[in-house]
Ligand binder design. Structure first.
Ligand SMILES: *[C@@H]1O[C@H](CO)[C@@H](O)[C@H](O)[C@H]1NC(C)=O
Ligand SMILES: *[C@@H]1O[C@H](CO)[C@@H](O)[C@H](O)[C@H]1NC(C)=O
Ligand SMILES: *[C@@H]1O[C@H](CO)[C@@H](O)[C@H](O)[C@H]1NC(C)=O
Length: 235
């Protein structure tokens, strides 16, 4: 009896699921679908209260709505958003061959951040940048000075136009050809108020330094970078 009951309730649940998904399919197929707004801005996030929609197999999908964007040749969709007020999709797209131009910049700085194992000395210089619609790549030499270690590495670090932390890249410091490596894994976010950037770093190591697990934070405001960020669309 109990068994029958539970099989019954399972069956009901399965049926409910099935009717739900068939309702969705029916809605998607219907031609009274949403309108589409297009922006040739290459954005990869939604703003102004719009919600992120799924872009999959050439279609934007949001709940029961779906649309196949119609964009010019040699462009591609970077983000589909859903505008609740207008019941519209908002499709962002960009040219396939968007040029990435390297420009010079000259920023140097230093800081000391006390962490558990040392008074971490940081020294950086930034010599080049690449600006795109969605992020700023900066070419950074970061010197870390901690106890017996004084190491430098140069990497491209990505500042996404986002006010929430996003991955930015990683510095790798080889202590010797056969010794352990120290990694500084960086995330960053932009402050909309003054266009400064918060960098968060995680220091980890390999081999004999595999116990290393320290983090540091540094807010950086450089006029040249702030000027670039003030023109950006920040998510
Ligand atoms: C560290 O930065 C300060 C300015 O914040 C600067 O005056 C100083 O010369 C720098 N020190 C080094 C060693 O680069
Ligand atoms: C950047 O910093 C590194 C390490 O401190 C130094 O070796 C290099 O000369 C600096 N480059 C510039 C252009 O300042
Ligand atoms: C660490 O290396 C940097 C860059 O090469 C240098 O400017 C700094 O003086 C060094 N610090 C120490 C304590 O040796």
């Amino acid at each position: 009896m109990i068994l029958t009951k539970s099989i019954l309730s399972m069956t009901v649940a399965v049926l409910q699921l099935a009717s739900l998904s068939s309702a969705r399919i029916a809605n998607r197929a219907s031609p009274n679908a949403a309108e589409v707004i297009y922006s040739h801005d290459g954005r990869t996030c939604c703003t102004d209260g719009e919600r992120g929609a799924i872009f999959s197999e050439g279609k934007c999908e949001y709940n029961s709505q779906a649309v196949t964007p119609s964009i010019p040749d040699d462009t591609h969709v970077t983000k589909c958003c859903w505008n609740n007020k207008a019941n519209d999709f908002h499709v962002h797209f960009v040219d396939d061959d968007e040029v990435r131009q390297v420009s010079p910049i000259d920023i140097t700085g230093n800081a000391t951040v006390p962490i558990e194992i040392c008074n971490l000395g940081l020294k950086w210089n930034i010599t080049e940048y690449i600006l795109t619609e969605d992020y700023l790549d900066i070419n950074v030499n970061l010197n870390i000075d901690c106890g017996p270690f004084n190491l430098s590495d140069r990497e491209w670090i990505r500042i996404h136009f986002d006010s929430a932390y996003r991955d930015s890249g990683e510095f790798a410091y080889e202590i010797s050809a056969v010794g352990p490596t120290i990694y500084a894994t960086i995330t960053s976010k932009i402050h909309r108020s003054d266009f400064s950037v918060d960098f968060h770093g995680e220091l980890t190591g390999t081999g004999i330094l595999s116990q290393l697990d320290q983090s540091f934070d540094k807010n950086l405001r450089a006029d040249e970078v702030a000027a670039i960020l003030s023109e950006a669309n920040i998510c």
